[in-house]
Every structure is written in C-alpha cells, then in structure tokens.
Ligand binder design. Sequence first.
Ligand code: PPS
Length: 571
Amino acid sequence: MSTPMSNLAPIPELYVSAESAQKLKVEAGELPSWDLTPRQICDLELLMNGGFYPLKGFLGQEDYDGVVDNMRLADGTLWPMPITLDVSEEFAESLELGQDIALRDQEGVILAILSVTDRWAPDKSREAEKVFGADDLAHPAVNYLHHTAGKVYLGGPITGIQQPVHYDFRARRDTPNELRAYFRKLGWRRIVAFQTRNPLHRAHQELTFRAAREAQANLLIHPVVGMTKPGDVDHFTRVRCYEAVLDKYPQSTTTMSLLNLAMRMAGPREAVWHGLIRRNHGCTHFIVGRDHAGPGKNSAGEDFYGPYDAQDLFRQYEAEIGLEMVDFKHMVYVQERAQYEPADEIEEGVTVLNISGTELRRRLSEGLEIPEWFSFPEVVKELRRTRPPRARQGFTVFFTGLSGSGKSTIANALMVKLMEMGGRPVTLLDGDVVRKHLSSELGFSKEHRDINIRRIGYVASEITKNGGIAICAPIAPYTATRRAVREMIEAYGAFCEVHVATPIEECERRDRKGLYKLAREGKIKEFTGISDPYEAPETPELRVDTTGIDVDNCAHQVILKLEQMGLIAGN
Ligand code: PPS
C-alpha cells in the first residue's frame, strides 16, 4: 500500500531522462501507435507528472475492478476514479499482451510508451452504476462512457517521454513538483487548494478568504482547464477572469495555477479524487463546497447527488487522502450587512440575495445588469466579451422542405433583409450552391444526403461560432440528421428551423426546374417526395406555406420569428 508523500518532498514522475527520451522516441516510431483522445491526453499528463500518484500507468483489470467496486487499487490504496485507456475493438485485437505501444497526441507527437499488460471489455453499465451512481445518460461521464469511449480498455505501466504541449497560459501551468518547489521556496507550509470550473464571483472570493483564514493557510486557486462540464464557460475566458480576480487577493498569500484535469463530474468520488490530486500538488487543505463536481439533474429531473454527499465521503477518507477538508456551505449575500455569509448561519428576517448560474446566463444573453455585489466589473466585462447579448451573437436559420417549395427564394429574400439591417455578416448556403461547391461528388442516397447536410451543418456552426448569420436552404429530408445539425449549432448560438411546408401538389404544379416531370417518368431516381422520403419536422421554430403567399411576406414572418427569439433587435 502506498503512503502519502510528505507535502513538499518531490513526488515520483513517470518521465525518463531527456537523453533516454530522445532515444526512446526514435525507437517508438516503429511501434503500433494509438492517437490519444483529448480526455486521454489530460489523464496521461497527470499520470506522467505525478498528479495521479501512486498510479504508474493506465489501470489494469484487477486495479480497475477494485477501483470500481470499492475505490481501492488491488494493493488496497485509496483511488476513486478509473483511469483507463479506452480503444476501439479493431485496435485492441491487433495487439499482443506484453507489447509496447506509442501514445501520440493529436498531431502525432509521441508522448509516452504503454506496455500493455491487460486488455478487457468492461461492463460499462456496472462502471456507470458504481462510479457515477446511475447508468443514466443525463450524466455527462456516463454519456461519454457509452457514446464516446472505446469498447475495450488497455492497461499497463507508462514510460513518459514528454509533456503534452500547451500554447496557452504557459506561465500559469505547473506540475506537482513545480508547485511543491514554489511552496518550498516561499516557505509556505500550509496550503489550502480551491478547485473550480467556473468564473470566480464575489461569493467564491469570500469563501476562499474564509477558508484560508480558517485553515491558517496560504491559498492556491487551482482551476481546471482540461475538460469540465459540457456547456461551461470556456477556459480561455475563465482564465482571463481569474487573472482579473487574482489582483483582489493579497499577493503574498495567494497564488493561482492551472490544472489540466479532465473532470468526470462524479460528485462525492470526484471530491476524493480531487483531494488526492491536490495532495500530490503539495497542498495540505482542500475546500469542498456545496454540490462539489455536481453533474446537474438526472433524466428524472432530480439531482444525482445530495448537496453535501461529497463532504460526507471526503470526511470518511480524510486521513487516507492525507489532506484536511475545509467544508463550506452555500454562501449568499446579506443585503442589510452588505456581505457574504454561509446560508445556514443566517437568521430569519434578513434579505438574502443570490443569482444562480442560470440567471447569470440569462442576464448575459439579454444584456441585463449584473450587480456589483454579485461579481467584479472586470469579470463581468470578460464574460460579456465572450457571450455578447443574443442580438449580437451568431445564429443559423435552417430552411427545410421539398424541391420547389420556395426555400431558396425565401432564403434569398431573408438574406437581403438581414444585410439591409447590417451588424453581422450573412452567408447563404443554398442547396444547389452547396452541391456545386462543397458536395459536388455526392448523389442523393440517404448516406450522401446525410453527408451533405452534415457538411452544411459544420460550415453553419463555424459561421455561428464566429458571430455571423448562416442561412441554409437544403431539402434535408431526415429528422435525425437535422437534429444532429441543430446540436452542432446550438453549441455556439441559436438555431431557427423553418419548415417550408408547401404541399407536394403545389411544388409539382410549379415544377420550376422540370425535375418532377423527369422524376415521374422515372428518369431521376430517389427524388424527394416522389420516390424518396421526406420526414416533415414536428416542432420547427416556424412553418410557412408559400401557396398563395408572396415571398416577401414569408421572409417577413422569419424576421418576426428572429425578433421574437431575441436574435435581432426590434425596431
Ligand atoms: S439534400 O437531400 O438536402 O441533400 O438535397 P439538396 O442538396 O438540398 O438538393 C438540392 C437540389 O438537388 C436537385 N435534385 C434533387 N432533389 C431531390 N431528390 C433528387 N433525387 C434530386 N436530384 C436533383 C433539386 O433541384 C434540389 O434543389 P431544390 O432547391 O430543393 O429544388
């Protein structure tokens, strides 16, 4: 069983010397190689630099079973989170046990060698139940487990060759040994770590001040910049916010370092894991607040974990983790006293103010006031830069309908009206035009139509991400593909689906391109509405029928819808 290290002595790393690394890198070029996923790169970095001490590599099957069942490695050491290398079945089958494989980053750089000792197909539902508390896809890590992770796990020791490369905030990233050395140099003996994946507002600052005071310790703000909960504020914005808040702390007592951890949002187990990681980084105390690393609601609309489950589990294992917990209740603002206080210490009758995460997002998206008692003006400014109000964000209008239904004509009219308003660049991705420039090799099979629509979705999502307006006008006959496009775009901005519901009889009567006639004669195969399906959207944002209504009126209906969605400012 491994014992916790003294908090400032160097911690074992898995790297070989620079000289050996050079040699190994050349030899590893010949080995079978695995291109690591973003999450695996985060895990590997912390394995190699001692952040996951005492792990020596990706878990083998016996360790994995112990960790899943009772949070212990096979030798009894406390470890709550399975750190596994998931791969595809084909790759796993191509290997022999005992073989070395090269682990590469996404550019193909070799970061480490894994000596494969174990290979097995895990029972993912069991892992979900035991580690995350429920086999429920509403949990981001369970969703990842079932939908992103490969079917087979490989385990074995790691030989570290080089650290993953980071181009951003390099001066703010520290290995456990770099932090330990820093604390040694400054003579810091007691260090309380604050884990966060959110921008820091005044409540957080108050909480960290109090924690440092209570523990009589220096403060390490230790935000996660690897992977956090889907939908979180991106780490670039957050780090700019942290840097702004750092100025509010006394420099001699507080420091900040970025942690390239891939969170799992596993609540109580995650808190224990976070504690071990901070112990490895030389800290002596760790703040666990309300709903630590909470994943949000389950598919029945209830919380996955109780608000203080993480504190309870941490307390149970505190001695083994080797770190003292500083537990905190929810902090709220008491108006009469103009200060933050723990929610459970407040007497009745005083005015308590609080702004939830959802309310904050609403205020940002509508450009509403965010009071100074809640956050710092510098933080709000950064958040507003990243999340301008809806009327200045990018969005996509996605027309779908039969050939000849009027999609392109309305889309063109809409484009002109939006350009007349100005403010954001407008791009029209019309079905015919896309097929000429982006999808010229594709036909009209289901497979090809899906590729075509996904390409349109990708381009539209990039336009949306960069603050422009994308107008798409393909037939897009399949519901599932349209849903996939919606998801791609909604990650960056609003999606407005417009069903141009002109009946087929009217489209065929118009037959502007003469295609219906050819389709009826069997000269064009797989023609939508004649010899190929069209699945009408059930709940589009808007439905228009061009029979007997002029184009201008249809385009105006779209404009009204966009106004109603807050995407363009009304007159
Ligand atoms: S899809 O299903 O969304 O990929 O189709 P899309 O790219 O929008 O189709 C663009 C135009 O292709 C012409 N065309 C056909 N449409 C449907 N079925 C078949 N078999 C077919 N063959 C050619 C048709 O003119 C579509 O343009 P619109 O503007 O919709 O009339």
